[in-house]
Design a protein around this ligand. Structure first.
Ligand SMILES: Cc1cc2nc3c(=O)[nH]c(=O)nc-3n(C[C@H](O)[C@H](O)[C@H](O)COP(=O)(O)O)c2cc1C
Length: 194
């Protein structure tokens, strides 16, 4: 098969891609940083846990966003997990308006990034690598601090273009399986849940 034929057969349209990817349920986060003395931040679902030792998180930000500019400038960012009562936060940080209006936060003493108060938990990260991919930049961050702020957390999710909550049926199955290691509860290797 010729190169052009192969490329034609191995390409999907953006619409086709979106139709499928929007069914990947994601946790909703807000990523913050500083840009020339001004706090910046955005709602983001493109967040991925990479490694626990060392603790590494990956985020993917649109190159032209204020937040990506801030992260590049500061070399640090914070990732906040949002509770299922924080839909307004998610909407505000994705809007064209002032993202920080009425938002309570503190400044991380070491990195200088804004850390939001009314969230489920957060990670403060130092950028270890920046990788441009298409119209995004992947920031690989070493977690320098993290905190779970709510004992029985209920996270906000995003699925099929809507904000969602976890339903009781999925809570009931979680048991005590740990994705990062312990297999003794299930007797199965790795992800014994399946
Ligand atoms: C549910 C949801 C998830 C989003 N996830 C991302 C993401 O992972 N990366 C990204 O660059 N933009 C994402 N966006 C879009 C940004 O939140 C939006 O463009 C924001 O206004 C950018 O702000 P800024 O230019 O001030 O940084 C998402 C929006 C929504 C509603």
């Amino acid at each position: 098969m010729s190169q052009p034929d192969r490329e034609a057969r191995e390409t999907v349209s953006a619409d086709n891609f979106r139709e499928v990817i929007r069914h990947l349920a994601s946790g909703v986060t807000i990523i913050t940083s500083m840009s020339q003395g001004t706090p910046v931040g955005m709602t983001a679902t493109a967040v991925c846990s990479i490694s626990a030792t060392p603790p590494i998180i990956l985020v993917s930000l649109t190159t032209t966003s204020h937040t990506a500019g801030g992260v590049q400038h500061t070399g640090a960012f914070a990732v906040h997990l949002i509770t299922d009562s924080g839909k307004q936060y998610a909407e505000q940080f994705a809007s064209k308006g002032d993202h920080f209006q009425g938002v309570s936060y503190q400044t991380d003493e070491v990195t200088g990034v804004p850390v939001l108060n009314d969230v489920l938990g957060h990670f403060v990260c130092r950028v270890e690598q920046s990788i441009p991919v298409a119209d995004h930049i992947l920031f690989v961050g070493r977690v320098v601090r993290c905190e779970l702020k709510i004992k029985e957390p209920h996270p906000l999710l995003y699925f099929d273009r809507s904000y969602r909550k976890i339903s009781p049926v999925s809570e009931a199955k979680a048991g005590n399986l740990e994705p990062w290691g312990s297999t003794q509860d299930s007797g199965l290797p790795g992800w014994g849940f399946f």
